[in-house]
Design a protein around this ligand. Structure first.
Ligand SMILES: [Fe+2]
Ligand SMILES: [Fe+2]
Length: 232
């Protein structure tokens, strides 16, 4: 398993895994980074180097979490990062998928019933995703901010409740992909369908890693604070 370190040059990290680019952008880092190391850039941008490495390594290696100590990270920094990821899904990924699906529907000739069925499934999924994100933004993140800021536990909610209710939004993307791969009628343009499917694969990977960060890093981190508050 390859683990990126602070002395690695960020340009080389991108060369190894270009899919990390949107993740890196969420830290306000854009292209044109020269030969700077991760340590240099984090210092310049006032980013917690350990947190940055934890996030990029998590996206790069699915098993990386086992090596992390959640007590080392600021929950507010993590919430800020998760919020940026939500913004990316709502403001970039969803409009992009909308556009690619519209292109696919437009490219269809003859009987297009199956593509309409895919659109219905996609719209349903999109609404569920928005509800999921909205709940985290309006209920979970404010709870964490209150917990950290006031050093007291709001009674009506706990991170355990979030853990129990946290649904797997990524699984439905897999259903959508399967619907397209197995059941779409060949009445559309191949390249247009492929573009939509590729974007779904990219999104699925991103949101799976996002959910892993919420379950495996955010939950233990907040549980730890809840325990400390109970003790005082
Ligand atoms: Fe989320
Ligand atoms: Fe989530």
């Amino acid at each position: 398993m390859q683990i990126f370190k602070s002395q690695d040059r960020l340009a080389e990290v991108i060369e190894i895994n270009p899919k990390l680019l949107p993740v890196i952008n969420r830290f306000n880092i854009s292209l044109g980074i020269g030969n700077q190391t991760i340590a240099d850039i984090c210092k310049q941008k006032e980013i917690d180097k350990e947190f940055f490495l934890a996030i990029i390594n998590t996206y790069h290696n699915p098993e990386f979490f086992q090596e992390l100590d959640p007590k080392k990270f600021s929950p507010l920094e993590l919430v800020r990062y998760l919020h940026k990821t939500h913004e990316y899904y709502l403001n970039y990924t969803i409009p992009k998928l909308d556009e690619l699906l519209d292109n696919l529907i437009e490219s269809c000739e003859g009987s297009c019933g199956n593509i309409q069925m895919i659109k219905t499934f996609y719209n349903k999924y999109k609404n569920e995703l928005k509800v999921h994100i909205d709940d985290e933004e309006k209920r979970v993140f404010p709870y964490i901010e209150t917990l950290v800021g006031r050093k007291e536990k709001p009674v009506e909610f706990s991170i355990h409740k979030f853990e129990e209710e946290h649904t797997n939004v990524e699984e439905k993307i897999n259903d959508l992909k399967n619907l397209i791969i197995r059941h779409i009628e060949p009445t559309y343009k191949n390249n247009t369908a492929n573009e939509f499917l590729f974007e779904l694969y990219r999104f699925e990977k991103d949101i799976r890693d996002h959910a892993r960060i919420e379950d495996n890093l955010l939950v233990p981190l907040v549980e730890n604070i809840e325990k400390q508050i109970k003790r005082t």
